[in-house]
Design a protein. Structure first.
Length: 307
């Protein structure tokens, strides 16, 4: 007799009814690590600082903080400092003659001051007021620094005025210094407006470097032209117009005739087609051709541009 096995008969849903969805157990979230919690909190803090910083910067530039009121504006700036936008370091470049103490005194801002509250233009003006500083730039370096770059004056000459010597820069301004001896090799210039014209003079002299080494002083005459004094006590008179051309002519004549090695006190270059030379002790001949005593200061005329 065959045995019968029962088979599972699939249940048939009644028409119009849907099959019930299986019930899933709730998923438990993995707890955040300490690093993740730190990053979230740090992101929130940075975001808040950024919003405060942008708001304060916009308020300063547009004048909104001033209209809002000093008390509220100061409070907002204080909040930016509390979130890290406070001055902590100053970077200075370009300094040589100016001391670090002078720079910091001119900046005049204490550590911890809200960086957005620092008056950049006021600092720049105080820096330019220092004796050696010709120009300065000041920038904020977020989150907590200032970058200061200065350009110092270039010593050009020593200006003799009322028996005193003053160090002057290329732009004609006096540079206050306590050590003039350090610049003793610079050219001495004389005349009320000499510093204002010295830069062009120095450039002109530099075009004949070998001859420039023998020039020890220059006198600004009549507010219009220069007389040069050489180290052999010779005076070279330059014209008002085109002194550079006259200077090159003198250099060429000297190369051909070695004027600086002769007993000459004055070389007048003011004529465009001739040079007047005055000897200290000119030699004169009598009727018999023998030298006779000469009067000091007699002049000789050299005609032409190349002799």
């Amino acid at each position: 007799m065959r045995s019968l096995t029962a088979s599972a008969t699939p249940s048939v849903s009644a028409p119009g009814r849907s099959k019930a969805a299986p019930v899933r157990p709730p998923v438990r979230k993995r707890p955040r690590s300490r690093l993740e919690r730190f990053m979230v909190r740090g992101g929130i803090a940075c975001g808040a600082t950024l919003v405060l910083g942008i708001t304060a910067a916009w308020g300063i530039q547009t004048g909104w903080l001033a209209r809002l009121g000093d008390g509220i504006g100061a409070s907002l700036l204080t909040e930016t400092a509390r979130f890290g936008l406070a001055l902590d370091q100053v970077q200075v470049t370009g300094r040589s003659e100016t001391s670090q103490a002078e720079i910091l005194a001119a900046i005049g801002v204490q550590r911890g001051t809200p960086l957005l509250g620092v008056d950049i233009q006021a600092i720049r003006q105080r820096l330019i007021g220092l004796p050696w500083v010709a120009s300065a730039t000041v920038e904020r370096r977020f989150p907590n620094g200032l970058a200061v770059d200065i350009t110092e004056a270039q010593p050009l000459a020593l200006w003799q005025r009322q028996q005193q010597l003053y160090l002057v820069s290329r732009d004609g301004k006096i540079i206050e210094t306590s050590d003039l001896q350090k610049y003793a090799k610079l050219l001495i210039i004389v005349g009320d407006e000499a510093p204002l014209h010295a830069d062009r003079l120095i450039d002109m002299l530099a075009s004949e470097p070998e001859l420039q080494k023998q020039v020890t002083a220059a006198v600004w005459v009549g507010k219009r032209r220069w007389n040069l004094r050489l180290n052999n006590m010779m005076d070279v008179k330059l014209p008002e117009d085109d002194p550079e051309i006259a200077w090159h002519r003198f250099a060429e004549i000297n190369r051909q005739n070695q004027l600086v090695d002769k007993d000459i006190t004055i070389v007048d270059m003011r004529l465009p087609d001739a040079v007047v030379v005055r000897q200290a002790h000119p030699v004169q001949l009598d009727k018999s051709g023998k030298p006779k005593p000469a009067k000091s200061g007699d002049a000789a005329l050299i005609k032409g541009n190349d002799t």
